[in-house]
Design a protein around this ligand. Structure first.
Ligand code: MN
Length: 426
């Protein structure tokens, strides 16, 4: 199943008058506010978010999984699905592979398929949070932190294998998320678990090619419910520092306790040049993996305000590797991803509207009311015509969900793949 740019252009024509009216109204009012509209359009056009290879199928919970018809059954099909997303949105220009769920068998064939879909390979993800069928030992009591040196070495070697595979594909970074921790007080010695994790990460770091980055993800709880070895950004930051200058913290929006001030974490990490990766999702209670922006769009905007500030002012921080890390339990995974990409672009566009100099002056003057006015004026601007215009300039769909439905993409995928396919993943 492939869609073509001319099909999208045809669909765009139906609503182009309406769009041009809305865009010119918005851009005229923004120009009056001295906003550089073409600068924002360029920023939106350039912003690319990686799609993880596990996100193209239906997700599950520990209670069960309901599959979605027409799911991709192979890595090749997953790349084709991301290609469709990218063509519709111009925002999904890379893939983040999960090993061992998606081990490429024929590297050059996979590279060719990615290229034909205009996709790059972003960070590769290792997996030591579940046992694989052929394993002779178990990660049940930890991987990089395991008290057993043989199991630790197995986990280290797995990560090094993932780096080798990624390197062959053109990836330049490894994301490590550990489920290591404990379920009950007294089960684990906190200090030795942390010390062993640090040594294991240093081992992996040293084995990476010199142009690679290591992203260390943190999470306060789940699957372990008493303690997690890398529980928060401070622990991740400390471990990244212990590894070296190409090791960074990775922030996943869902990996925080309720009401955590994530925007402040982002600001601190960027000031220290240590925000390496960023995973988008949304949540109400915990790591709910819901569609980006579906629950707390204002929080997402405030986070983007700090990201925009950091990307403009913190040259010590590399551009973070962006990825959607969500699970699609009830929606069509592709439609859910389109909605997530839209929410990301909207929050980014709103944050780009903030006059940082004016905000700085209001902060200096202790004008608290004006500070809030500046933020909320940006947040309450309907930026959707800007986001659409950026897509139109790149020959993508004005209204991607509508185009996806009009092109009957899911119907074609079901015809091609059947109703019973199950994508690899959780
Ligand atoms: Mn994540």
């Amino acid at each position: 199943m492939r869609i073509h740019q001319n099909q999208i252009s045809e669909i765009n024509k139906q609503k182009s008058d309406e769009h041009h009216r809305e865009f010119s109204f918005l851009s005229n009012s923004l120009i009056k506010r001295e906003v550089d509209v073409s600068w924002i359009l360029q920023k939106l056009s350039d912003f690319q978010v990686a799609i993880p290879s596990w996100a193209l199928g239906a997700g599950g919970t520990r209670f069960g999984r309901f599959s979605y018809a027409g799911e991709p059954a192979s890595l090749e099909e997953k790349l084709d699905d991301i290609g469709i997303l990218h063509l519709l949105t111009n925002a999904a220009g890379s893939v983040s592979l999960h090993i061992p769920w998606d081990i490429p068998e024929d590297i050059s064939a996979i590279k060719e398929i990615a290229k034909s879909n205009k996709l790059l390979f972003d960070a590769v993800n290792s997996n030591t949070f579940q046992d694989q069928p052929d394993m002779k030992m178990s990660y049940k009591f930890g991987s990089l932190s395991n008290a057993d040196a043989v199991i630790r070495m197995k986990a280290i070697e797995h990560n090094i294998e993932v780096v080798k595979l990624g390197n062959a594909l053109g990836s330049k970074s490894l994301t490590v998320w550990l489920a290591d921790g404990s379920n009950f007080p007294g089960q684990q010695n906190f200090q030795s678990a942390l010390k062993l994790t640090q040594e294991s990460l240093q081992h992996i770091y040293k084995a990476m090619p010199e142009d690679w980055k290591l992203f260390i993800e943190y999470k306060p709880y789940e699957p372990n419910f008493y303690s997690t070895v890398i529980q928060d950004w401070g622990t991740s930051f400390m471990l990244a520092n212990a590894c070296g200058e190409r090791a960074f913290t990775l922030v996943d929006l869902g990996h925080h306790l309720p009401n955590t001030n994530i925007e402040q974490i982002v600001a601190t990490l960027m000031m220290k040049g240590k925000l390496g990766g960023f995973h988008f999702n949304d949540s109400k209670y915990g790591d709910d993996d819901l569609t980006v922006g579906s629950i707390k769009p204002y929080a997402l905007f405030l986070i983007f305000n700090e990201l925009v500030f950091g990307m403009e002012k913190n040259s010590q921080n590399p551009t973070p590797a962006w990825m959607i890390d969500a699970s699609h339990n009830v929606k069509d995974p592709l439609e859910d991803l389109i909605q997530s990409l839209e929410a990301i672009m909207i929050a980014y566009a709103q944050a780009l509207l903030i006059d940082q100099n004016l905000l700085r002056q209001a902060q200096q003057d202790h004008d608290v009311v004006l500070c809030q006015e500046i933020l909320q004026n940006a947040y309450r601007t309907d930026v959707r015509p800007l986001v659409r215009e950026a897509r139109l300039l790149n020959n993508a769909a004005l209204y991607p969900v509508d185009a996806y439905r009009e092109l009957a993409v899911r119907r074609s995928l079901i015809d091609e793949r059947g109703t019973k396919t199950v994508a690899t993943g959780l």
